[in-house]
Design a protein around this ligand. Structure first.
Ligand SMILES: NC(=O)c1ccc[n+]([C@@H]2O[C@H](COP(=O)([O-])OP(=O)(O)OC[C@H]3O[C@@H](n4cnc5c(N)ncnc54)[C@H](OP(=O)(O)O)[C@@H]3O)[C@@H](O)[C@H]2O)c1
Length: 405
């Protein structure tokens, strides 16, 4: 088996190794064979592989895509595997919270990279504490650091994260997790593609969800009049509380009629996440020189193709007649903007100028999303349109006696 990174700290040396082999209990229980971890130099091990004196377990749970399908429960299963070993420039992060994204089912359907074949890891983002690290990584990080990250393989109890891709956070709070994908998408998309001007009208669809809540707030900060669609009065109330001028609960109000009646001049910018008929309505509602940003098309994700039906024959005419444009946005294409976006949002949050609404499912019948297995329930919850804010699963409780967490 592999040898863990050698660590020099304060001029002293600590080495740990992993040894393979199955214990009798594992063999009898039928549990997947896992590595057993031994720490050789116990005097210094606490600095890099052992947190708060409690050893890292030899095995952990993670979610693995075994079969490509947009049906998350069908595609994904829980596996017990060895806790991974961080490479020289890596951190081993004990995940405390992981974020659920609409695209978790696009990923499980193999739509991100069709060349990737199952089995593969899943989950886009997590936050937790560093419990182990490689030698190079120890020049910038130490055990106990609190970090967040955006990368694959987050649906696990522990995840290896390249140190340079981790984001330092002042505390392990789920609110910071809302910024990594959802907040960053709204911040960068509106900044780069929105061309927002004071006084313009902005429509945000799925406005009370993970990324919608940020689009509403950033458009408002830019001095725009903000309209937000949602599916309940509770969500509409939340939207009001974060500055949305005109929440529209489309289950009680006709969206097309309302837009026609109240916004006869049309909408300047649309932050569009739903697709299908909502996308068509948004195109038809654009003002002269209007911009529609395609953020997603969630209404199609659960279908075999992943794409909602669209009658686009007259689209060029509609755009030309209004000098309007449609712009696509995909966060991984804008990583050069990422650090600035996160820094700026964290400052806003610290100053109380940004609401980062988190929904851990506390009000669901089965209770809060706790433990990795809750990811399945959390995905269903989002697709039932129940979430208010960013859906987050609490993977593990805080470690005892650490004031930073
Ligand atoms: N382009 C990018 O880089 C990027 C990055 C992040 C997210 N996104 C996109 O942003 C959108 C929102 O994602 P999110 O993760 O933040 O989710 P979310 O908004 O927290 O949750 C999805 C919301 O969409 C609505 N919804 C759920 N299922 C639906 C369905 N079948 N048809 C129509 N509406 C449905 C529900 O809101 P209501 O019931 O209130 O309508 C639900 O709360 C998705 O389209 C996603 O792909 C894109």
């Amino acid at each position: 088996m592999s040898i863990l990174p050698l660590l020099l700290r304060n001029g002293r040396r600590a080495v740990s190794v992993i040894r393979g082999g199955r214990t009798a209990t594992e063999a009898l229980s039928g549990v997947h064979p896992v590595a057993r971890r031994f720490i050789i130099d116990m005097s210094y091990s606490a600095h890099f592989m052992d947190f708060n004196g409690s050893s890292i377990p030899s095995s952990m749970k993670k979610l693995v895509v075994n079969k490509l399908s947009p049906n998350f429960r069908e595609a994904v299963s829980t596996q017990t595997v060895a806790v991974p070993t961080p490479g020289d420039a890596d951190l081993l992060v004990r995940n405390r919270f992981v974020g659920i994204n609409a695209s978790d089912i696009n990923y499980s359907a193999g739509r991100y990279d069709p060349s990737v074949k199952p089995p593969f890891d899943t989950g886009f983002e997590g936050i937790g504490e560093v419990v182990g690290l490689g030698l190079s990584a120890s020049s910038s990080h130490t055990v106990g650091d609190t970090v967040a990250y955006f990368g694959s393989g987050a649906f696990a109890e522990y995840t290896v994260v390249p140190a340079k891709e981790s984001v330092p956070v002042p505390a392990v709070k789920p609110e910071f997790l809302t910024l990594l994908v959802s907040g960053a998408t709204a911040y960068i998309a509106l900044k780069r593609l929105g061309d927002l001007a004071k006084g313009e009208t902005v429509l945000v669809t799925a406005a009370a969800g993970g990324t919608g809540q940020f689009a509403v707030q950033f458009a408002k900060q830019a001095g725009c009049h903000v309209i937000g669609t949602c599916s309940s009065n509770e969500k509409a109330g939340f939207l009001k509380s974060i500055g949305c001028d005109r929440p529209i609960n489309y289950t009680t109000e006709d969206l097309a009629k309302t837009l026609r009646k109240e916004y006869p001049q049309g909408i300047d910018v649309v932050y569009e996440s739903v697709g299908g008929s909502v996308f068509e309505l948004a195109v038809n509602s654009l003002a002269k020189k209007g911009r529609l940003i395609v953020i997603g098309f969630i209404s199609g994700y659960q279908t075999a193709s992943g794409i909602p039906p669209f009658r686009g024959g007259t689209l060029p005419v509609k755009l030309l007649q209004k000098s309007a444009s449609i712009r696509g946005f995909f966060l991984p294409h804008f990583l050069s903007d990422y650090r600035e976006a996160l820094g700026s949002m964290m400052q806003m949050y610290a100053k109380g100028k940004l609401v980062c609404e988190v929904d851990c499912g506390d009000l669901t019948q089965e209770g809060r999303f706790v433990g990795l297995e809750s990811v399945f329930r959390a995905v269903d919850y989002m697709y039932a349109g129940k979430n208010l804010g960013k859906v987050v699963v609490e993977v593990a409780p805080p470690p005892v006696s650490n004031s930073k967490l």
